[in-house]
Design a protein around this ligand. Structure first.
Ligand SMILES: *Cc1c(COP(=O)(O)O)cnc(C)c1O
Length: 234
């Protein structure tokens, strides 16, 4: 069965096929892991792509979208205001941009230091967040070092207005994703011992979603497998 004949998916007939293929991969990964596909949220990462692509994806039933750069995200969110689109901010975030990101983002996946918790926290503006953990040895990559994770989880858990959903991570380039996500699962267990409500796990991209689902991911951040290759940044 194909959904590519949907009359509203005018922009790119292959978009519907790629989306359907990813949904099949996710359903299969869930089955293999003995998990219910219904408990998995797919976020389509639309960075570098125009708002028109998001519109096509909305027509195909997608509602969760991920962006990693504030200005681009803000502009797209403004253009799509009033639609069903929900925005997940997944990129590194400067403290001075935190309030602006909070204005349009439904979820921030990249909380990686106490000062960013403080910048995002506002009892008048509830916000869902993930604490990002760095699975590499490179401190330049986003995410808190595992050794500092527990203190950050405690800080986020106590912050007014923030709802800590769980942990987020990107698999390192030089490690088997299955191994990296197994470590992430252990870190997530540790986080949950401090913050029992933090039961979600944002992990898995186009190349490693199966391994992420096997290790308990609940929020998959899928870019190119759905959108096709990204336009080169200007
Ligand atoms: C770009 C990006 C993704 C999606 O990556 P793909 O390999 O295109 O699926 C997921 N998470 C983050 C944090 C990203 O920056």
């Amino acid at each position: 069965m194909t959904t590519s004949t949907s009359p509203s998916s005018s922009a790119d007939p292959e978009l519907a096929d790629r989306l359907a293929a990813v949904r099949d991969r996710i359903a299969e990964a869930a089955r293999s892991a003995g998990r219910d596909p219904e408990e998995l949220t797919t976020i389509v990462v639309t960075k570098f792509h125009p708002a028109s692509l998001v519109r096509s994806l909305l027509d195909l039933g997608a509602t969760e979208f991920g962006e990693n750069r504030h200005q681009e995200a803000r502009d797209k969110a403004a253009e799509l205001d009033g639609t069903a689109a929900r925005w997940h901010f997944v990129g590194q975030l400067q403290g001075k941009k935190a309030r602006q990101v909070r204005a349009y983002a439904d979820v921030v996946h990249s909380v990686d230091r106490p000062s960013l918790v403080d910048a995002l926290a506002d009892p008048a503006h509830p916000l869902d967040v993930f604490v990002q953990v760095n699975l590499t040895d490179d401190p330049g990559r986003g995410g808190v070092a595992p050794a500092e994770l527990e203190a950050l989880v405690e800080h986020a858990e106590a912050a007014p207005g923030l709802r800590l959903l769980g942990l987020m991570a990107v698999a390192p380039l030089d490690e088997e994703p299955a191994r990296a996500f197994a470590r992430l699962r252990e870190l997530a267990d540790r986080a949950r011992s401090i913050a029992p409500e933090a039961r979600f796990l944002s992990a898995g991209m186009s190349a490693d979603l199966e391994q992420a689902v096997a290790e308990g991911a609940t929020h998959l951040r899928i870019g190119t497998a759905i959108t096709g290759s990204r336009p080169v940044a200007g």
